[in-house]
Design a binder for this molecule. Structure first.
Ligand code: FAD
Length: 399
C-alpha cells in the first residue's frame, strides 16, 4: 500500500483546513443557543464561498458537476471538514444527502436524476433516508414492516419509520419498504423516492435526543406513511434490490464516517493539548505536567494514528478487492474508530473540567451528537459478530 499523497492533494487538504479554521470554526460561537434555521443565512454565505473556491461537492464526479475526488482523497478531505460540525454541510457533502446523491448517480433513471439529483447537487433542496423502523430492529435490516404495494401505476406505502435524519425540511425521502414479501429475505425490500409533500407522508415529530430535538438538517424525525401514493417510476433500481443498494451505499460510506470521526478526534485532541498547556492548576504549573494528562495525550495520539491507518487500509482494500471481500476491515474500523473517538472526546472533556461540560467549547456538542456513532450503520456488537464470524470460518466453524 502506498501512503504517499500527491502534492495536489496535500495543497487541497491545506486549503480545506485553512477554510474550516478561518470561516467555519468561528460559527460554533454564533451557533450557541440558536436553531439550525437561524444559522442557515450564515451557512449559506459560507456555501457560496466554497462554490467560488471550486470545492463544492468534492466527492461527486466531474461529469455531475463535482470536484471528482477519488474515494481516498475525499476520505482525507472528510477528516479536515469534520473538525467543525458544519464542515460537511458547507461543502454540500453532508449525510444523508451525500449517500442519496451516490444512490441517484448509480441507480437513478435520467428523469429521477433530473428531478431530484440536480437540485440536490446544487444545494437547492435536501433529502433524507428512511429505513429504520420504530417497531423492528434496525440491526436486522431484512425484518421490516413498512410495505409498498403496487396498485396500477403507483406504489401505496404504509409504515412507521424513525431516526430519519434531516427529514425536517427535506424535499424527498428515499424510503425502504417491502415490495416482494415472498422473496428470499434479502430481496424483499425496495427503495422508493417519496416527495415529502405527498399526501400520507407525515413527519410526526423531531425526536428529542440527549435533550435536543433540533430542526432542519440537524434533526432526526419519526415519519408515518399512511396510504402514501407515489408513481411506480419512483422506484430506484429494480424491485427487491433495496438491500443490495443499501449495501452499496453503506460500504464506502463507512470509510467516510470513520474519517469524519478521526477529524473529530483530532479537533478534540487539539483542544485537550491546548488546555493541558495553558490551564494552571497552581501558579506556574500547567495541567500538562501531570502524568495522567500526559498518558491521555499519548494514548490518544497512538490510537488516533492507528485508527487512521486502519481506515486508509480498509479503503485501499475496498479499491483492490471490493467491499464484500473487505468485510473484516470495514467491520473492524466501524467499531474501533467509533470507540477511539468517544474515548478521545471523553478525555478532552475531562481535561477541561466544568468547561468541558458547558457549551462554551464544541466538546459537549461532540459528546452528545457523536455517541450515536456506536449505533448507526450497524451497532458495535453486530460488527464484532461479523468480524469474528469471518475469522472463525478459517478455523472451520460456520456461524
Ligand atoms: C443519530 C442517529 C441517526 C440515524 N439516522 C438514520 C437515518 O437517517 N435513517 C435511518 O433509516 N436510520 C437512521 N438511524 C437508525 C440506525 O440505523 C439504527 O438505530 C441502527 O441500525 C440500530 O437499530 P435500532 O436502533 O433499532 O437498535 P436494535 O436493532 O434494536 O439494537 C439495539 C441494541 O441491541 C444490540 N444488538 C443488536 N443486534 C445485536 C446482535 N446481533 N448481537 C449482539 N447485540 C446486538 C446492540 O447493542 C444494539 O445497539 C439513526 C440512528 C441514530 C442514533
Amino acid at each position: 500500500m502506498d501512503f504517499s499523497i500527491s502534492s495536489e492533494t496535500r495543497d487541497l487538504l491545506a486549503t480545506v483546513r485553512e477554510f474550516v479554521q478561518r470561516e467555519l470554526i468561528p460559527l460554533e460561537d454564533a451557533a450557541r443557543g440558536r436553531s439550525f434555521s437561524d444559522l442557515l443565512p450564515l451557512l449559506a454565505e459560507k456555501r457560496r464561498m466554497v462554490r467560488s473556491m471550486g470545492l463544492w461537492t468534492p466527492q461527486i464526479p466531474k461529469a455531475f458537476g463535482g470536484v471528482g475526488l477519488g474515494f481516498l482523497e475525499h476520505a482525507m478531505v472528510s477528516e479536515e471538514l469534520a473538525r467543525c460540525p458544519y464542515g460537511h454541510f458547507a461543502f454540500n457533502c453532508q449525510a444523508p444527502d451525500a449517500g442519496n446523491m451516490e444512490v441517484l448517480i448509480e441507480f437513478g433513471t435520467p428523469s429521477q436524476q433530473e428531478r431530484w439529483l440536480k437540485p440536490l447537487l446544487q444545494g437547492e433542496i435536501r433529502s433524507c433516508f428512511s429505513m429504520t423502523e420504530v417497531d423492528r430492529p434496525g440491526s436486522n435490516p431484512v425484518w421490516m414492516d413498512t410495505t409498498a404495494v403496487r396498485v396500477g401505476d403507483e406504489y401505496v406505502i404504509n409504515g412507521r419509520k424513525w431516526f430519519t435524519t434531516a427529514a425536517d425540511g427535506a424535499a424527498f425521502a428515499i424510503v425502504m419498504a417491502v415490495t416482494n414479501p415472498d422473496a428470499p429475505p434479502h430481496e424483499r425490500a425496495s427503495m422508493i423516492i417519496v416527495p415529502t409533500d405527498t399526501p400520507g407522508f407525515e413527519r410526526v415529530r423531531n425526536i428529542s435526543c440527549m435533550g435536543h430535538a433540533g430542526d432542519g438538517w440537524d434533526s432526526h424525525a419519526e415519519i408515518r406513511y399512511t396510504d402514501c401514493h407515489v408513481p411506480a417510476e419512483n422506484l430506484l433500481g429494480k424491485e427487491g434490490a433495496g438491500f443490495a443498494i443499501a449495501q452499496a451505499r453503506l460500504g464506502p460510506g463507512r470509510i467516510h464516517h470513520c474519517m469524519r470521526w478521526i477529524g473529530i478526534s483530532e479537533r478534540s485532541f487539539d483542544l485537550m493539548c491546548q488546555r493541558a498547556a495553558t490551564r494552571e492548576i497552581a501558579p506556574g504549573i500547567p495541567l500538562g505536567t501531570k502524568q495522567t494528562i500526559q498518558n491521555w495525550i499519548a494514548d490518544s495520539r497512538a490510537t488516533i494514528n492507528a485508527a487512521r491507518l486502519m481506515v486508509l487500509h480498509a479503503g485501499w482494500k475496498i479499491d483492490q478487492v471490493g467491499a464484500r471481500d473487505a468485510r473484516i476491515e470495514i467491520s473492524a474500523i466501524k467499531f474501533y474508530v467509533a470507540e477511539v473517538m468517544m474515548q478521545v472526546i471523553d478525555r478532552a472533556l475531562q481535561t477541561h473540567g466544568a468547561l468541558g461540560i458547558s457549551d462554551d467549547t464544541v466538546l459537549s456538542w461532540f459528546y452528545r451528537n457523536e455517541r450515536a456513532a456506536r449505533i448507526y450503520d450497524g451497532p458495535d456488537e453486530v460488527h464484532r459478530t461479523v468480524l469474528a464470524r469471518q475469522e472463525l470460518k478459517r478455523y472451520g466453524i460456520s456461524i
